[in-house]
Write a protein that binds this ligand. Structure first.
Ligand SMILES: Cc1cc2nc3c(=O)[nH]c(=O)nc-3n(C[C@H](O)[C@H](O)[C@H](O)COP(=O)(O)OP(=O)(O)OC[C@H]3O[C@@H](n4cnc5c(N)ncnc54)[C@H](O)[C@@H]3O)c2cc1C
Length: 291
């Protein structure tokens, strides 16, 4: 008798073979790709989330690996693990806030196996890399037998744990534009320093010619405060064109607290999330301004 918690699976060694399987995108029995399995395996029993009908193991697909800088972007293969991110001199040089985010995820066992592509595709509002990707204007490159397409982070997470991916597609890589002079800061608030799901997670990106100069291209992204990772456009509008002085921090914090609509849940209350998000933003601006 088949084991009820062991769905049928395939482990293609080549991308073309994976695409061929995915082309059979039966909506009643869709293939669920499995990368590190750290999210999917906890769903297999059906106690948490939708159990997979059929599992497509993508671990052997080398086309989904690698960390590169290509012209004006940092390009991360979907199968890049958090340990690889943490050890990469390229990521440390170009996007240290992503290294910081990776370091907060799970503990060493999770970081050795879990992938950034899995974090993106799991689409949890608490996914810790998502605010960094959203604040940096990342683009998700999806592939299928009919070719590749690119979806910007702004349009990628379409709702609670849903994405713009079609059933016949895989996430191949993530392109993160590298913008000269851009600064990015990351901060996660959880119950503990490790093995904690975020109560609030934030990334703030901006460009400035010097520490005390006005900010441009400001993007503020938050997780765990809505059904998806979101941008706080009210606070962004306050920060755009302003210098990182106390008055700016006060006004941006007020705007953020006014626009956030978090929920109460097992991890935190809405009031706490709103208050702590405001304080974190204030602190990030203060640190950036050096006052
Ligand atoms: C103990 C523990 C602690 C954790 N701590 C954190 C934490 O602190 N912060 C955090 O953000 N997360 C945390 N997680 C969640 C998880 O580790 C991350 O979301 C991780 O990045 C998922 O990656 P994975 O490779 O394991 O994904 P998988 O479990 O393999 O897949 C996750 C989802 O993405 C899909 N998928 C994966 N890769 C692709 C692809 N290339 N193309 C299309 N679909 C794909 C799968 O079908 C599945 O729906 C934790 C999990 C555990 C078990």
């Amino acid at each position: 008798m088949p084991n009820a918690i062991e769905p049928p699976s395939e482990s293609p060694a080549r991308l073309g073979a994976a695409y061929a399987l995915l082309a059979d995108a039966d909506v009643d029995r869709p293939w669920r790709p499995i990368a590190g399995g750290t999210d999917l395996m906890v769903q297999v029993t059906g106690e948490i989330g939708e159990p997979p009908e059929r599992v497509l193991d993508i671990w052997a697909l080398d086309e989904l690996r690698g960390i590169d800088v290509e012209s004006d972007a940092l390009v991360l293969g979907a199968l890049t693990t958090y340990t690889e991110l943490r050890r990469s001199p390229v990521v440390a040089e170009h996007l240290p806030s992503l290294v910081e985010a990776a370091a907060t995820i799970g503990a060493a066992q999770i970081q050795n196996r879990a992938t950034i592509g899995g974090n993106v595709m799991n689409a949890s509002p608490a996914g810790d890399t998502l605010p960094v990707l959203l604040a940096c204007g990342a683009e998700m490159v999806l592939g299928s037998a009919s070719g590749e397409r690119t979806v910007r982070a702004d349009a990628f997470w379409t709702g609670y744990r849903t994405t713009a991916r079609r059933l016949d597609e895989l996430l191949l890589r993530i392109r993160i534009p590298l913008s000269p002079g851009r600064q990015v800061r990351f901060r996660k608030i959880g119950t503990r320093r490790a093995q904690a799901i975020s109560k609030v997670v934030m990334a703030l990106a901006w460009r400035a010619s010097a520490v005390d100069q006005p900010w441009t291209d400001v993007r503020l992204a938050l997780g765990s405060v809505a059904a998806t990772t979101v941008r706080a456009q009210g606070a962004e509008a306050v920060l755009e064109g302003a210098s990182p002085i106390r008055e700016t921090a006060d006004a941006a914090t007020a705007a953020l607290v006014a626009e956030l609509r978090p929920i109460d849940d097992v991890r935190s209350t809405a009031d706490y999330r709103r208050a702590v998000a405001g304080r974190v933003l204030h602190r990030l601006i203060r640190d950036a301004g050096g006052w």
